[in-house]
Design a protein around this ligand. Structure first.
Ligand SMILES: Cc1cc2nc3c(=O)[nH]c(=O)nc-3n(C[C@H](O)[C@H](O)[C@H](O)COP(=O)(O)OP(=O)(O)OC[C@H]3O[C@@H](n4cnc5c(N)ncnc54)[C@H](O)[C@@H]3O)c2cc1C
Length: 212
């Protein structure tokens, strides 16, 4: 497990962040969920980079605001009362290939991830086709289908927790049916590495079409 420390954000900077991070106020959450219901977030922020995610969390912590990490909103029912804190919408969507691995950010959609894998001739996650949501949500809930689970593919993940970025292995992530250790221990998934297998793009496409 690799650990890196982040600097503590003092109150003055936290207040400045609240204004400069493009944190919006009183934003309806319904459009950000699959079920299209629910009230507004007191504060709402779209994080485009890892640093955005960390800054937003530290800002919320400094201001003693509760915060909630939102992925694709496909496994979420928001109350009509909304959320009295900061909702951080993870919209980081980077993805690159390293041999048989794809390194991707938490906000990447699963559908885009499958397409990216197909483009570079990497298969093995076709069983995830049709599952909505993001990489972060899929790790958090160990999404799966057809008797298989996303956690099988995840080799490691960078997690932000308590002011540090920790690199957790598949074993550290403790995948169980529709969950992982982060549900108990906390921590925000920033990016992950998944191990795939070489496969012809047309074979991947055929299987994906059959599934969805
Ligand atoms: C039509 C439909 C079909 C579905 N089919 C399946 C299926 O076949 N198999 C299956 O397993 N699920 C299925 N689901 C459920 C859902 O798609 C999955 O649970 C999905 O993985 C949720 O991802 P999300 O990005 O939408 O997460 P969200 O709904 O945004 O969040 C879910 C949870 O994950 C947490 N979270 C999100 N991102 C992060 C992050 N970066 N770090 C830490 N925590 C995070 C959130 O805080 C929240 O607690 C389905 C849902 C729908 C609506």
């Amino acid at each position: 497990m690799e650990i890196r420390n982040f600097k503590y954000i003092p109150m003055k900077i936290a207040l400045k962040n609240l204004m400069t991070l493009k944190i919006q106020e009183n934003i309806p959450l319904a459009p950000y969920t699959t079920f299209k219901i629910g009230g507004p977030a007191k504060y709402f922020f779209i994080a485009q980079t890892r640093e955005d995610i960390i800054n937003a969390i530290e800002t919320a912590q400094e201001l003693k605001l509760p915060y909630y990490i939102l992925g694709g909103g496909s496994n979420l029912l928001v109350s009509d009362n909304g959320y009295d804190g900061l909702v951080i919408k993870v919209a980081t969507a980077g993805c690159c290939q390293k041999e048989n691995m794809l390194l991707c950010e938490a906000g990447l959609s699963l559908s885009q991830l499958i397409m990216n894998a197909q483009k570079v001739g990497l298969g093995g996650m076709e069983f995830m086709a049709g599952i909505p949501g993001t990489v972060g949500g899929a790790v958090y809930g160990n999404a799966g289908a057809w008797g298989r689970e996303f956690g099988e593919l995840v080799q490691e993940a960078d997690i932000y927790k308590e002011g540090q970025i920790k690199k957790l292995s598949q074993a550290d992530l403790g995948f169980v049916y529709r969950g992982c250790a982060l549900k108990k221990s906390g921590g925000v998934i920033l990016n992950i590495a998944i191990m795939l297998i070489k496969r012809r793009a047309q074979d991947i496409q055929k299987e994906v079409v059959e599934i969805i």
